[in-house]
Every structure is written in C-alpha cells, then in structure tokens.
Design a protein around this ligand. Structure first.
Ligand code: SIN
Length: 505
C-alpha cells in the first residue's frame, strides 16, 4: 500500500497545552496541522488537577522564592538560567490564557483576585487553578481558540509513526515532516512540513501503575531518538505519591493540593509517618513522599497508606476539590469523614528530548515543548505545577524561533510504502509484550532501583524489542503496534540512563 503525500507549514504533534498554545502562536503565519491520537481533548493536560505555578502575589511571594523552590526540588540538576526565565515569563502567559477564555478560580468574595493554591515543595501559595479541573478547563479554552482560527486543522485519531529526516537521503540531518497513520482507516500519509513541533507529552504507560492517560506512550521521545535528536535525563521518572487505591479507580490522581490545604498522610494505624522525615511533613516534595510511602509499604506489608482530610472544614472538599470529592464519593469514600486510600504511581517524565532556551532540539527544524522535552527546568525532580508553566513558556518561545526556520527537503520524497507487509492475526503478541514491558519496569526500574534489578530489566526489554522489530517489519502497522514500539524504546532509554547514573538523586 502506497501513501499520499500532503503538505503543511507547521506540523504539531499532540493536542495538549503545549501543542495548542504553539499552534495559536504560529497560526497567523501559515497553515497549521495538529495531529492527535484519540479525541482532541484526550491528553495529559486534561488530567492535570493541581494547576499552574506562577508568582502573581508580589506582596507575599517573589520570583526569587519560586526559583529557589524549583532549584531545591531539582536536586542540583536544574539549569539556573532556564529556571529563571521560566519563572519570570510565567505571569504573562497566565494573563494570555485568561484572554483566551480560561476561567481560573477566583478568591471567595473577590472576583478580581485569582485564588492561589499551595502544593508540595512550594514555600508560598502560587498555584493558579480552576478548582481541581485545571487541565480540563485550559484544554477546553485552547481547543475552542484553535477551532476559531481558519489556518488550524486538527486531525484526530491520527498518530505520527516516524519523523521524516534528510539524513535518510544522505543529506545533513534536518526534519521535514512525518509519516502519519490514520488509526481508523489504517492508511499512512507522508506529511511534509517546514518545521515539526513535538508536543506529545510523557510516557507514564511505560509503568504498570501511573496517573497518566492511555495516550502517554512516549511517542515523541521515541521518534525524536530514532531520528537522531538528543534525549537526556530519562532516568528521572517522577512518581506521584498519591494515586487513589481502589480496584475501579484506574489512574485516578489525588492532587497534591489536598496536602497543600492540610491533608495528612497516615499509616493504616493512624501514624503521621511523614513527621520527622521532612520539615514540611506531608507537604514535602513528592519524591521524598513517594520514597517514604514505598519504604513504609514494604516495611509494613500494607497495600496502601491514607490521606486524611477529616480534620479540615467540611465545606472544603465540595468547594475546592469537586472533581476528586465526586470521584471518591462514587466509590464509597467520603473524604470529609474517612481517610482516602492512596499509593504512589509513575507521574511525570523529567527527562526527554533535549531543547535549548528557544525550544529547538538538536535536530534542525524539530522543536519541542511540554513533557516530551527536557529544557533543564526540572532537574532530577519536578516541582509541582511547574509543568504546565514550562509548556506555555517554551511553546511560545519555540513558536517565535520556528517562524524564522529555513525549511530543508530532499529533491524527491519517498512516500511511505508497506512493502509485502500483511495484516497480523496475532494481536495477542502486542498485548502480551505491552504487559511485560510495564510489569518489568514497575518491578525492576521503579521508585527504588538497584544495579541487579536494572540488569534484569534490561535483558527482558531487549528481548521484547527484538520481537517487536520483527513484528514491525512483517505486518501492517496499527496504532497499538506503534505505541508498543515506542514504549519499549522509552523503557530501554530509562534503563540505559539509570545504569549510567551511579549516584542517587
Ligand atoms: C497534582 O495535582 O498533584 C499534580 C500536580 C503536578 O503534577 O504538577
């Protein structure tokens, strides 16, 4: 089967906050095609509960304090200049979101003032939010703005398979588009573009337990790596301490903002186990909390720990956390009366495709922002609610840089060809390998790692990758197969980076 060749000016992969914000910045300058794997709103952004960290209360807070908090949590591996520019440019982008129609929560009794929340590792209240539906609200407003722009076209249920690179034609390497699979028809389009912007989000599905939605399969990281772009810090996978522990609560996050309002973590016997571990107690940075919970679960043999909100005013849950409160109630847990059972899970990829201060990767005409990228803001561990902030700042910067990009393309482009590949009648191979990757990563490359476990994981993942390679070349591709190929490569990169870094951060 041969594919059609089509053309656009700006190809955006991903429809979360970074992709949509970038699209709005370049849309006045050319045709923008946004590719997204499922429904347009289905992205990690949509599930962000906490909010966006930014210094808006200059009387009580300061840029200096936000910079210091970010550097401290990043454990010495943040790039100072990137932290500073991100923090200082933040307020401007919050104002822009408001202009675009995002409705952030205001202070009770003062509609002019934004309500600022607090989360782990922050010294001040500085998290702008829309109750606990922040990501959903941002996504709604940005999608509406993109839909209004005549130059933006959004292709849902489409997935980029691989980037088009000039190196494949024996030329100095540059990106000039992507092969794009229509998940519904199975057809693959060869989509040429002046520049490609990666906004594909993270890779939480590489672990068995994660707060991430099903779309988080590390596609952008895997594609960029295959295309020759530099990838860094992949060993720093951040685990969120509090995912709801319930058989019917797949991936549901219990926001750190609950601890910001005074929630206390307890063992099943009621002990406040974070007291004495860190000066901030239950509000310690999330890596400290996740590691302590992991150690307590192993020590006590308990299935979960508990987040206790029962001492707080009863009106707080429905007013400040309507989403989490409703979800818990539906599962028979009334957080006003009983503690919430929680466990840690994979949450955020602190590493990714290396970009400079303009969001440019090391591959010419490929830029990136958001969780797929590694800007140097997060270091070894990300400060809560710094991620949406980073996505805004770097999407805008990448857009400005990409307007000046010089397109490069070979004289003749080879369209996608399926060769002799046939339909596979063995979908079980994909689901089996999918499960094996995620289980091996959880058991051997989880919160606490050892060299022996990393070696075990490496051997298993390499075997699986061998099998996937064979499968990929012999059968017609599907989105499941592409995602499996990507997640197995991301697993390889995490293990490889973890084996290289000997010290623990
Ligand atoms: C949360 O609401 O706990 C998540 C916030 C974040 O990951 O930044």
């Amino acid at each position: 089967m041969e594919s059609s060749i089509q053309e656009t000016d700006f190809l955006v992969l991903g429809s979360g906050i970074a992709g949509l914000y970038y699209a709005l910045h370049v849309a006045d300058h050319g045709r923008v095609t946004i590719i997204t794997k499922r429904d347009p709103a289905e992205s990690s952004t949509r599930y962000a509960q906490g909010g966006i960290a930014s210094v808006l209360d200059h009387e009580r807070d300061s840029f200096e304090s936000h910079v210091e908090d970010t550097l401290r949590v990043g454990a010495g591996l943040c790039k100072q200049e990137i932290v500073r520019l991100t923090v200082e440019e933040g307020p401007r982008h919050i104002r822009r979101l408001i202009e675009l129609g995002v409705e952030f929560t205001r202070q009770p009794g003062d509609q002019a003032a934004l309500d600022l929340g607090r989360e782990g590792g922050h010294s001040h209240r500085r998290v702008v939010h829309a109750t606990d539906f922040t990501g959903q609200e941002v996504e709604r407003a940005l999608l509406a703005a993109v839909a209004r722009h005549p130059n933006c076209q959004l292709l849902d249920h489409h997935l980029a398979v691989d980037l088009l690179t000039t190196a494949a034609y024996g030329l100095p390497n540059a990106c000039f588009g992507a092969y794009v699979l229509d998940a519904r028809s199975g057809g693959v389009m060869t989509l040429l573009s002046r520049v490609v912007f990666l906004a594909t989000g993270g890779a939480g599905k590489v672990y068995l337990y994660t707060s991430n939605p099903d779309v988080a399969t590390g596609d952008g990281i895997a594609m960029a790596y295959r295309a020759g772009a530099a990838v860094a810090n992949m060993e720093f996978y951040q685990f969120h301490p509090t995912l709801l522990y319930h058989p019917h609560a797949k991936s549901f996050l219990i926001s750190e903002a609950l601890r910001g309002e005074g929630g206390i973590l307890r063992l099943p016997d009621g002990t406040d186990f974070m007291k004495g571990v860190h000066e901030l107690g239950s509000l310690a940075p999330r890596d400290v909390v996740a590691r302590t919970i992991d150690a307590e679960l192993k020590r006590t043999g308990a299935d979960c720990v508990y987040l206790d909100m029962t001492a707080l005013p009863k009106e707080l849950a429905p007013r400040r956390f309507p989403n989490i409160h409703e979800k818990c109630l539906a599962l028979g847990i009334d957080m006003r009366e009983q503690p919430i059972p929680v466990v840690p899970g994979a949450h955020y990829c602190c590493g990714g495709v290396v970009v400079d201060a303009q969001g440019r990767t090391t591959l010419r005409n490929l830029s990136a922002a958001g969780e797929v990228s590694c800007t140097g803001l997060h270091g070894a561990c990300r400060l809560a609610s710094n991620s949406l902030l980073e996505a805004l700042v770097f999407a805008a910067r990448a857009a400005a840089a990409d307007l000046a990009a010089e397109p490069v393309r070979p004289a003749t482009v080879r369209p996608w060809s399926s060769g002799n590949a046939v339909n596979s009648d063995e979908a079980v191979v994909v689901s089996q390998n999918w499960d094996e990757v995620r289980r091996a990563m959880w058991n051997y490359v989880g919160i606490v790692r050892s060299e022996k476990r990393l070696d075990r994981a490496r051997r298993r993942i390499e075997l699986i990758r061998e099998e996937i390679r064979e499968y990929y070349w012999n059968f017609l591709i599907t989105s499941d197969l592409c995602e499996l190929r990507n997640i197995a490569l991301v697993a390889h990169l995490i293990i490889d980076s973890a084996r290289r870094r000997k010290e623990s951060r």
